[in-house]
Design a protein around this ligand. Structure first.
Ligand SMILES: Cc1cc2nc3c(=O)[nH]c(=O)nc-3n(C[C@H](O)[C@H](O)[C@H](O)COP(=O)(O)OP(=O)(O)OC[C@H]3O[C@@H](n4cnc5c(N)ncnc54)[C@H](O)[C@@H]3O)c2cc1C
Length: 298
């Protein structure tokens, strides 16, 4: 980078003052694992960089029924957090599969969401858990459900003078079932070809080993609060609404599992890219959702 101005904000207020002053000329710098790649490839030449790694946005707060994570919290800290392990195991599981230890040491949750890659891996558990983001500017704050945050590849509803200050995650009930899996071209240190999560609250489960469970007549009498989420298969991370609706209020059996998986795949609109073809991604989406549901009932 040459010719630009660099500011190291020592408080959120200072960062917001700088963003208000420079508007679209300013770019936020957190871990730099996305933005500096673009700068190094000469795809971006920021006039002003505002570093937010030391402005007090690195924290994880347990507020009882929700967990609040500061926008500049690196993934490594999220992985180390006992609060996240105990209250948000789905997030803990997904974060393990983001990048490499070096990337997780600096890459932040806010940076991952604002980059708005269709393959952003933190988006999968966060959408499944019904998270929101808090955006702050000099003129105030607003809370946006994550589902309404992404607009397209690299595009969000964030305005140039806004900082993503917090991710707010409701803590799911203890009896909520979930499963997560990421398919990449390698087992580790790889971007998603497709990653997915399924979450729902189950009522009336058949005890393992009973005739009803063995016959697969019905695994759970009723599913509620259901969400099926996939990434890297649409312009934005995707909540598969039709597939989620099929689960909602329904008894879960093998037939429904197959139907939910097929419906989720039909909701995708993948593209061919260097990591996989659109055809493969759609097939993988169906297989992935099916295996997540089977893992939950196993
Ligand atoms: C080798 C490698 C492997 C990777 N593997 C993965 C992977 O497996 N999964 C995955 O999802 N991603 C992966 N990434 C992408 C990247 O590491 C993540 O998206 C990371 O979370 C970005 O966070 P950051 O703090 O580094 O963001 P930065 O690069 O600092 O910023 C990214 C963008 O967000 C803006 N921004 C950052 N924080 C804020 C904020 N709080 N408020 C407003 N704007 C903000 C910046 O201006 C910039 O536009 C990988 C990257 C590399 C280089």
């Amino acid at each position: 980078m040459s010719g630009g101005e660099f500011y190291r904000a020592s408080s959120v207020q200072e960062a917001l003052d700088l963003l208000a002053k420079y508007g679209a000329k300013a770019h936020v710098l957190a871990g730099g694992t996305d933005i500096m790649v673009k700068v190094n490839r000469r795809q971006l030449a920021p006039e002003v960089l505002v570093y937010i790694g030391e402005c007090g946005l690195n924290y994880i707060k347990d507020l009882g029924d929700k967990v609040v994570i500061g926008g500049a919290t690196p993934f490594a800290e999220i992985l180390r957090s006992d609060v996240v392990k105990q209250k948000l195991p789905l997030l803990a599981e997904a974060v393990k599969h983001i990048g490499t230890p070096a990337i997780r040491n600096v890459g932040t949750i806010g940076g991952n969401l604002v980059t708005a890659s269709p393959a952003a891996d933190s988006s999968v558990p966060l959408l499944a858990l019904g998270a929101s983001v808090k955006l702050a500017s000099k003129s105030g704050e607003r809370v946006v459900p994550l589902e309404a945050f992404f607009k397209g590849p690299g595009e969000t509803v964030r305005k140039p003078d806004e900082l993503l200050v917090e991710v707010i995650i409701p803590v799911p009930d203890k009896d909520v079932k979930f499963a997560y899996h990421k398919i990449g071209r390698r087992k580790a240190g790889t971007l998603s070809v497709v990653a997915g999560a399924v979450i729902f609250k189950a009522e009336g489960g058949a005890p393992r080993g009973t005739a009803i469970a063995r016959d697969q007549a019905c695994y759970f009498e009723k599913c509620s609060q259901a969400r099926v989420v996939l990434n890297a298969v649409a312009p934005t991370p995707l909540v598969a609404k039709k597939a989620s609706a099929l689960l909602e209020g329904s008894a879960l059996d093998a037939e429904l599992i197959a139907k939910v998986a097929k419906t989720a795949a039909e909701e995708t609109s993948p593209i061919d890219d260097v990591r996989a073809s659109a055809w493969y991604r759609r097939q993988a989406s169906e297989g992935l959702v099916k295996s997540l549901l089977e893992r939950i009932v196993a």
